[in-house]
Design a protein around this ligand. Structure first.
Ligand SMILES: Nc1ncnc2c1ncn2[C@@H]1O[C@H](COP(=O)(O)OP(=O)(O)OP(=O)(O)O)[C@@H](O)[C@H]1O
Ligand SMILES: [Mg+2]
Length: 491
């Protein structure tokens, strides 16, 4: 389907500001389609006067459609629809007495000129399927009257409102709740849905004849409503604005459209929607997130306490082997704490893992180096890692870097550890390589009984990945290569 902009550019002489105006109109014309129970089509006059191009279309959500097929992009020659010509030429709303018959459906057509300043830039055709029309109820009469007022505003150039757009998803629709107020802000009609929303808010009586601002002020405590200016602008139907307010029982969003069919304001349309459940769910999500972060924070604190205990015990123990073992345990616990600390600051369920590994690298190289300095370098990026893959991956990473620090270098030669990480879709390939002495000749990963690499193997296995330890091809040293098929999804 061609876009409005493309159609305008190809067939019309409308300028950028005209398109902006039409875009504003389209942002709000669902309201008019719903109020008039009619299909709307925006017809763009062709530059050569040969006819009209259909630039956009809107179906009503309140009644049956009159246009079964999409018409956007189609062409209507001048003279084929005299109403369009009249609206464009004379700048007034053109109506037909008798319905048109389309596919056995009686359709009443009305052509509304779209005025911007002193020009008519397009025509909106309002097509009502008369098959669904019965003797109208009060609700339908109020809808139709408001639709006709808005149509007159389109023809008069006072609708849409400049700078006002209602493109957020929460915006109320006609069917959610509809209130008409007069120029003094008194309710002249409230739809049953609108009344239900106010009942939920605590209203006992009726809305008709009441001041909407006054009623709302009584029901909503000052802390839960916008400032006085906004409340009287929106609820008085005086300004094209929206707002949100509520009390312990209900939350609603309101949107006002001032009505000025002949120029001076005659009142306003206020649409409202009950968003109580929506807002409660938002709040629950926020608390759930906050709770998860708090738990990570506490786990981190607990792990740091454990690490501190191990450090204390290591200092006290006389046997060197025992001390080394406790210090290593302390380091391992510390590595897990780093992951939880990062998760306690994360706002979603993934971790920016570059930050984690950079901290772990510093942690390991600072503690583990006694002799000549060890340089570290990271290339590539880990990207976002799901929170449940993060802890095992951090452990694997720490053990590999720790091994390079511990075993690869002579105490008095400087060495370099290179960390490279490549993401392949959801998967990840991590290489940790050093330029040190290389693995012992008789080393066999499968048969190695030492703890570090056992941890690595177990965790890589749990992540569904593989690990290889090999001599570097491009010089001395060892290269550990870990490949994991999926670190992005939750398990
Ligand atoms: N980058 C490396 N360069 C040289 N040798 C290594 C390297 N990585 C591992 N090794 C050898 O592999 C052995 C097994 O490593 P592993 O991490 O399993 O145990 P460890 O480091 O000795 O003890 P720990 O349980 O404290 O990690 C090491 O003792 C070391 O000989
Ligand atoms: Mg080790």
């Amino acid at each position: 389907m061609p876009s409005l902009k493309a159609l305008v550019r190809a067939h019309t002489e409308l300028g950028v500001e005209d398109v902006d105006w039409l875009t504003l109109l389209l942002a709000d014309w669902q309201i008019i389609a719903d109020l008039s129970f009619a299909d709307l089509v925006l017809w763009l006059p062709a530059v050569d006067g040969s006819g009209y191009w259909a630039g956009a279309q809107m179906r009503p959500t309140t009644g049956p459609t009159a246009l079964v097929d999409d018409v956007v992009g189609s062409f209507q020659p001048a003279g084929g629809r005299p109403l369009l010509d009249v609206a464009l030429r004379e700048g007034r709303i053109a109506r037909e007495g008798d319905p048109e018959w389309r596919d056995d459906v009686p359709v009443r057509v009305e052509a509304i000129p779209v005025r911007r300043g002193d020009r008519i830039i397009a025509v909106v055709a309002r097509n009502t399927n008369l098959q669904g029309v019965r003797t109208p109820s009060r609700l339908e009469l109020s809808y139709l009257q408001t639709a006709s007022e808005l149509s007159r505003m389109i023809a008069g150039g006072t609708f849409p409102f400049l700078g006002e757009r209602s493109d957020h998803a929460d915006t109320p629709r006609v069917g959610d709740g509809f209130i008409r107020v007069d120029e003094g802000g008194l309710v002249t009609y409230a739809s049953p849905n609108a009344l239900s929303v106010y009942r939920k808010l605590g209203l006992a009586g009726d809305l008709s004849g009441q001041s909407l601002v006054g009623v709302t002020r009584e029901l909503v405590p000052p802390a839960m409503r916008p400032d006085e200016e906004t409340i009287s602008a929106v609820l008085g139907g005086r300004m094209p604005r929206d707002t949100e307010l509520g009390n312990g029982q209900a939350t609603l969003i309101l949107r006002a459209i001032p009505l000025r069919p002949e120029g001076p304001r005659t009142g306003g349309l206020v649409l409202l929607r009950d968003v109580t459940d929506l807002r409660r769910r938002d709040r629950e999500l926020v608390t759930k997130d906050a709770t998860i972060r708090e738990i990570h924070h506490r786990v981190k604190n607990n792990l740091q306490t454990v690490a501190a205990l191990l450090r204390l015990q290591a200092r006290r123990i006389g046997v060197p082997e025992g001390r080394v073992a406790l210090e290593e345990a302390e380091r391992r616990v510390g590595a897990i704490a780093v992951v939880h600390e990062t998760l306690s600051q994360a706002f979603d369920e993934t971790v920016d893992f570059d930050e984690v590994t950079d901290r772990l690298t510093r942690l390991v190289t600072e503690v583990g180096t006694q002799g000549a300095p060890i340089r570290t370098r990271r290339t590539g990026s880990f990207g976002a890692i799901s929170s449940d893959a993060a802890t095992p991956l951090a452990m694997v990473f720490t053990e590999l870097v720790q091994n390079a620090v511990e075993h690869a270098f002579d105490p008095d030669t400087a060495g370099e550890i290179e960390i490279d990480c490549q993401r392949v879709g959801d998967g990840l390939v991590l290489c940790v390589q050093d330029d040190g002495v290389g693995m012992p000749d008789d080393f066999d990963l499968e048969r190695s009984a030492s703890l570090g690499l056992s941890i690595v193997q177990t965790l890589v296995g749990e992540l569904g990945g593989t690990i290889a330890l090999e001599a570097r091809a491009d010089g001395p040293g060892t290269r550990a290569r870990v490949s994991i098929p999926d670190v992005a999804q939750r398990r």
